[in-house]
Ligand binder design. Structure first.
Ligand code: AMP
Length: 425
């Protein structure tokens, strides 16, 4: 099946050809004809499957005729600034033989400059929900919008954009097409889909929450305090040219980066405490090969598109199993082989079961020679930790009660004293 057979017109075929796309990916095959037929869609597709082209190509084709009005004709909402930029860059490449204007509206950039850009006229807006709302409050009209896209809808909802989306949606004209893309099929997304989609076509390109088939997954058992050492060893001994490493928290991202630097590995860090400009700069430096390792937390990593990234390492498992799917979606992109390695300690050995339940497959657990977990560290620690925290809770409750009693006793004393003074008066 070729892009031509999907009904894509010449200027887009030429652009896709320039990019070296030989044939459409599964989500493109399924989504493009349905989008061209003007239907709403609900597509479950992971990052790396070619979903950007799946919605961008048919949208561009729809916008080939000059607009009757002067307003924005397509809105693409994405959860992060990085993903918005990625979508924008892709659309610019796809529309190189067309006369289409595209604008990015994301936070951290000058609002006034964005307003001026909008005034000059734009066909497509790619935005994060919060910043789009700001522009809507400042008079941006959605009355000419023909297509509304929610990309990575699950993550947008996880990031707390539900209210914003609910505010934006009623401002769209009655007749418009909505395209919803989500990596997972969460309850939140299902609820939202009922609210904003009209008789959608369901396009499923993978089983719910499954990882991409071309990714080899493995988990190495290791003690917590030897993880950094093992990570450096894996990168060095297997001669990984570039690797994306995920941590659960900002603090562990920072301290891991310090450890790796000590091992002589050049690395960059992306997490929520870094400014957006800094995150983007680090990402670009990584793309340019200035770092061998990019350490990232989950939120900050959304939307990163690093081509042909062969390895993703989970230094720590994510706290939400769904994030595992997002993380490993960074590799094995568009049918390429990829490897996702998780370093799991005694606690995560059990946590990984939630991930396995979600993706519907077992992740093999192995041990790297020289990094065998200490058999004396047992999981019963978990029970001890639990017990301790329960004790702590009880102790806190007790303290609170005691404090309350003390306060009451004190106020009683004061009252008595007052009464005595009043009597004497
Ligand atoms: P996406 O899922 O949209 O982030 O795309 C992942 C990667 O696959 C991007 O680097 C795209 O340029 C690439 N890609 C998208 N469609 C195709 C295709 N049909 N053939 C080859 N590469 C593609």
């Amino acid at each position: 099946m070729s892009f031509e057979k999907l009904g894509i017109f010449k200027p887009l075929l030429d652009a896709v050809n320039d990019l070296g796309y030989k044939e459409p990916t599964l989500v493109q095959k399924r989504a493009i004809p349905v989008i061209l037929s003007k239907k709403d869609i609900f597509a479950t597709a992971q990052t790396g499957t070619g979903k950007t082209a799946a919605f961008a190509l048919p949208i561009l084709q729809k916008l080939r005729k000059p607009s009757e009005g002067s307003g924005v004709r397509a809105i693409i909402l994405s959860p992060t600034r990085e993903l918005s930029i990625q979508i924008h860059d892709d659309i610019v490449k796809f529309s190189k033989y067309m006369d289409i204007k595209t604008t990015i509206l994301v936070g951290g950039k000058d609002l006034q400059k964005q307003r001026e850009q909008l005034k000059r006229g734009t066909d497509i807006v790619i935005a994060t929900p919060g910043r789009l709302l700001e522009h809507l409050e400042n008079g941006l009209s959605l009355q000419d919008v023909k297509v509304f896209v929610l990309d990575e809808a699950d993550r947008m909802l996880d990031m707390g954009f539900t209210k914003d989306i609910r505010k934006i949606h009623p401002l769209l004209p009655k007749r418009h097409q909505t395209l919803l893309f989500s990596a997972t099929f969460s309850d939140k997304v299902r609820k939202l889909s009922k609210l904003i989609l009209t008789k959608p076509a369901f396009i499923e390109t993978a089983k719910h929450n499954t990882t991409v088939d071309t990714i080899n997954q493995v988990a190495y058992l290791v003690d917590t305090d030897r993880k950094a050492e093992l990570l450096a060893y894996i990168i060095g001994s297997r001669n990984f040219p570039q690797v994306l490493v995920f941590t659960r928290t900002k603090a562990s991202a920072d301290s891991l980066a310090e450890e790796l630097k000590k091992d002589g590995l050049k690395c960059g860090v992306i997490h929520g405490d870094k400014t957006k400009a800094n995150r983007l700069k680090t990402l670009n430096q990584f793309k340019d090969g200035l770092f061998r390792v990019l350490v990232a937390t989950d939120i900050a990593s959304r939307g990163l598109d690093i081509e042909e990234l062969p390895y993703v390492i989970n230094y720590e498992l994510p706290s939400i199993p769904e994030d595992y799917v997002h993380r490993v979606g960074r590799t094995g992109r568009a049918g390429r082989e990829g490897e996702a390695i998780s370093l799991i300690d005694i606690y995560e050995k059990y946590e990984i079961r939630d991930v396995e339940k979600l993706i519907g497959e077992k992740i093999p657990q192995e041990v790297v020679e020289g990094f065998e977990p200490d058999p004396n560290i047992r999981r019963k620690d978990i029970d001890e930790v639990k017990l301790k925290s329960e004790h702590k809770k009880e102790a806190k409750k007790f303290q609170k009660k005691a404090e309350a009693k003390r306060v009451t006793a004190k106020s009683l004393k004061v009252m008595k004293k007052k009464r005595k003074t009043t009597k004497r008066d």
